[in-house]
Write a protein that binds this ligand. Sequence first.
Ligand SMILES: Nc1ncnc2c1ncn2[C@@H]1O[C@H](COP(=O)(O)OP(=O)(O)O)[C@@H](O)[C@H]1O
Ligand SMILES: [Mg+2]
Length: 234
Amino acid sequence: MLKIEDLNVYYGGIHALRGVSIDVPQGEIVTIIGSNGAGKSSLLNAISGVIKYSGLIEYEGQPLAKQAHKVVKSGVCQVPEGRIIFANLTVHENLKMGAYLRNDAKGISADFERVYDLFPRLKEREKQLAGTLSGGEQQMLAMGRGLMSSPELILLDEPSLGLAPLLINTIFEIILEIKAMGKTILLVEQNAFKALSIADRAYVLEQGKITSSGSARELLADTTIQEAYLGKKH
Ligand SMILES: Nc1ncnc2c1ncn2[C@@H]1O[C@H](COP(=O)(O)OP(=O)(O)O)[C@@H](O)[C@H]1O
Ligand SMILES: [Mg+2]
């Protein structure tokens, strides 16, 4: 569904992504694991059209647009790191913002229902100001808002960051439910264990380069990966 070849991103003199190539097949969860500063957000920002890059990003067999609103129109949405939401708008208004490029009123109200089914906590807090939500609820809201654009491919940037362990489990279960809705997911995470536990396929990103790839199961069983990312010693 998404094919990236030889992607390079520079910030002035910093070469943040160095010839990255990845494949995201339809219907799968593909995860990119890597530590802080590896280039994970840069990869998602390049796909979303919010930063400049060189290389090929192909979506459903066509070059993907390089402007953010066109990328969203093509069916790709990013749920950014740090769960950026509109603090002074209600939960419902935030969700509505996710659908701003759509004009299919019926589809939008069906998606409101789906999002509220997926996140009952958001339904309970429909009229609450988003700024008063807990960190986990804000993450749910950021994901819900992404779903309101009716995407086929969802880019998730470190959804577990800063959340308590129980809430992390909830978020990862919801990611599996989103997959079951037929969506394709590209998940970037520092929480390698959790990400590999739910993903189909995985890549390891280190200092802007892919250093390892395979099925998520293979990477979970790989002793080098275990030592570097899963805190296991052999
Ligand atoms: N806007 C920016 N300007 C300059 N350097 C940046 C910018 N964004 C990211 N970088 C640098 O690019 C590298 C990759 O960053 P990032 O993609 O945010 O990594 P990750 O998401 O894996 O933590 C880091 O060295 C970071 O300091
Ligand atoms: Mg990041």
